[in-house]
Ligand binder design. Structure first.
Ligand SMILES: *[C@@H]1O[C@H](CO)[C@@H](O)[C@H](O)[C@H]1NC(C)=O
Ligand SMILES: *[C@@H]1O[C@H](CO)[C@@H](O)[C@H](O)[C@H]1NC(C)=O
Ligand SMILES: *[C@@H]1O[C@H](CO)[C@@H](O)[C@H](O)[C@H]1NC(C)=O
Ligand SMILES: *[C@@H]1O[C@H](CO)[C@@H](O)[C@H](O)[C@H]1NC(C)=O
Ligand SMILES: [Zn+2]
Length: 546
């Protein structure tokens, strides 16, 4: 039985007459009982019709009765044992009472009920445009569930999101204005915001149906997996247009929106427009639509999964990210693409976003324990991999190319990826440079470098990065150095430096833009032939024991 009160009667009557469906009537009566929406629309309609017919009945009885019982039936709010309305909300009551009524009255009642039923059942609701009628039925739940299944996601709960045509707000507003007069007369404290939203009612009906179709899956209010259902109603798309002249400020073109008539903008305009102005432009109650909304699309979206690890790069002709100059690709691959390909296919993700703790130049290798990186996987269809599966994935990446390797591959949280960038500037990095000297040198000529500690250098933004970095002077520390002579013109220089130190510039001097530099220290021209990153001392992500 529907939880309606006597005071709802005029509202019910008016909305049914206006062409609202039973569920929209319940919404306007602020019925919050989910079960009331889940029962078949037909049944609700019958109940509502019985509910109001009985009121009509009661009134005529009163008028005809020789001794009208004033206190009993004129006050709709009275709910004492004598209140006739008390018993008449039940579905059978109308029939039972009708049999005691004079035949003429019974006929009138039956006729109006069946007329209204035929009307209400077959016609598209003027308020929800069918969303809460045929579009909230079991067959729709099956369709949605099938669409979800076809996408082959791995999930154990989902949240349903509903996108409705913006013009539905205009109809809702019109219906509200339609009953507002009634509401005022009855001194009800109902406010427009109290009306149950179409979206909510739709979810109350559909969530359990969809859950049943997707066995074992709970449909909840918060989940990492979202199933979006979109409805459109092209027939009435123009319904919103009058609002643009009434409230030009509300409709500003925004990029990546097809129409200025977004739901938000329409709601805002409806809040601003005075009732009389609205009523001049739009009928109240709303006009009958020819057809119902159509079910446009089901869109599934899983929140991003983050994968982190460390990579080695063993190749001197591999950029970290795709290298594109003037729209043309310069190198066939990149570190991020080599790592991403197997990960994307394991998680069946749509795309990725790569970040790392610093980066190396295309000709620089990254050795040692590797460089920490994190990868945001967009819309992953799989989001959980076991430890063993992660190890397999790591192996697949290792085997896919001899240019790179990864270790410590693991799933992390979005928050944790922040730790990779934390205090990045203060960290220490170790390098080995192959240095060429113009003057021939001996072991003893370069040994003094091993003794230098905490050398402070000033680096003007290097010429080679000036096109993308602002000109500035940065002070950096070279914590320590050590040398290993190779031949009179070549030696290996190992350096421990503050992160962000430009090593190449420290070695060749960058035309005096880095001071002091190795040329100055050795009093000869020097150049850097090769550079390797030996370690990136960032203790994230945590090491994974083999
Ligand atoms: C119900 O109404 C009748 C007459 O209309 C009255 O005699 C009776 O006391 C009322 N009962 C209650 C409980 O109000
Ligand atoms: C309401 O119905 C109950 C049983 O269904 C009955 O006992 C009672 O007399 C009825 N009250 C009125 C006011 O009709
Ligand atoms: C990639 O990450 C950056 C920075 O975290 C973010 O601004 C951007 O929106 C992300 N891209 C995608 C497609 O998520
Ligand atoms: C992948 O390569 C790295 C670096 O050589 C190594 O530490 C790791 O154990 C390898 N992992 C697998 C599963 O092969
Ligand atoms: Zn409706």
């Amino acid at each position: 039985m529907l939880p309606l009160k006597d005071k709802d009667k005029p509202l019910v009557q008016k909305l049914l007459a206006a062409g609202c469906c039973a569920r929209c009537v319940l919404r306007f009566c602020c019925v919050g009982l989910h079960a009331a929406y889940r029962q078949p629309c037909q049944d609700s309609l019958k109940e509502l019709q019985a509910f109001v017919s009985d009121a009509e009945n009661g009134k005529s009885e009163q008028a005809a009765a020789p001794e009208p019982a004033e206190g009993n039936s004129t006050s709709h709010d009275a709910a004492g044992p004598n209140s006739t309305e008390e018993n008449s909300t039940s579905q059978d009551a109308a029939g039972a009472e009708a049999s005691e009524d004079p035949p003429s009255k019974r006929m009138k009642l039956e006729q109006s009920v069946s007329e209204a039923q035929a009307d209400g059942a077959s016609r598209v609701c003027v308020c929800c445009l069918g969303i809460l009628q045929q579009l909230s039925e079991h067959t729709q739940a099956v369709k949605i569930a099938e669409a979800v299944k076809a996408e082959n996601y791995e999930f154990d709960s989902l949240v349903l999101s509903v996108s409705l045509p913006a013009q539905l707000c205009v109809r809702e507003h019109s219906c509200w204005l339609h009953v507002k007069k009634e509401v005022r007369e009855k001194c009800m404290t109902l406010d427009k915001d109290d009306v149950i939203q179409v979206k909510e009612a739709f979810k109350w009906i559909m969530q359990s149906l969809i859950a049943k179709e997707l066995r074992g899956v709970s449909v909840v209010t918060k989940s990492v997996f979202e199933v979006g259902v979109e409805f459109t109603h092209p027939e009435t798309d123009a319904d919103c247009h009058f609002l643009a002249t009434a409230c030009p400020d509300c409709f500003k073109p925004t990029k990546n929106k097809l129409s200025v008539f977004t739901r938000m903008a329409v709601v805002k305009a409806l809040e601003k427009i005075p009732a009389d102005k609205f009523l001049k432009h739009y009928p109240c109650p709303p006009p009958r639509p020819a057809g119902s909304c159509s079910f446009q699309d089901v869109q599934c979206l899983h929140v991003a999964v983050f994968v982190a690890g460390r990579y080695n790069k063993f190749c001197r002709s591999l950029p970290q990210t795709p290298w594109v100059i003037d729209g043309e690709r310069r190198m066939e691959s990149s570190v991020e693409e080599l790592i991403a390909a197997p990960i994307l296919s394991a998680f069946r993700a749509d795309g990725f976003n790569f970040s790392s703790s610093g980066r190396e130049d295309v000709d620089v290798r990254t050795l040692g324990n590797g460089r920490p990186f994190a990868m945001e996987l967009l819309n992953p269809h799989r989001s959980r991999l076991s430890r063993a599966e992660m190890k397999q994935l790591q192996e697949a990446i290792n085997k896919s190319s001899d240019k790179i390797r990864v270790r410590d591959l693991q799933i992390v949280t979005r928050e944790a990826t922040g730790r990779m960038k934390e205090g990045e500037e203060e960290k220490t990095k170790s390098y080995t440079a192959l240095v060429w000297t113009q003057k021939p040198v001996q072991k003893d000529d370069i040994a003094f470098l091993d003794e230098i500690k905490e050398l402070s250098i000033d680096q003007k933004t290097p010429l080679r990065v000036l096109h993308r970095r602002a000109l500035a002077v940065r002070q950096r520390l070279v914590h320590s150095m050590s040398t290993r002579l190779l031949d009179p013109h070549h030696f290996y220089l190992s350096l421990k430096t503050q992160a962000g130190t430009y090593i190449k510039e420290f070695v060749h001097g960058d035309f005096g833009r880095t001071k002091p530099n190795l040329c100055e220290l050795l009093k000869t021209d020097t150049d850097i032939l090769e550079l390797d990153v030996e370690s990136v001392d960032v203790d994230w992500p945590p090491a994974i024991p083999e």
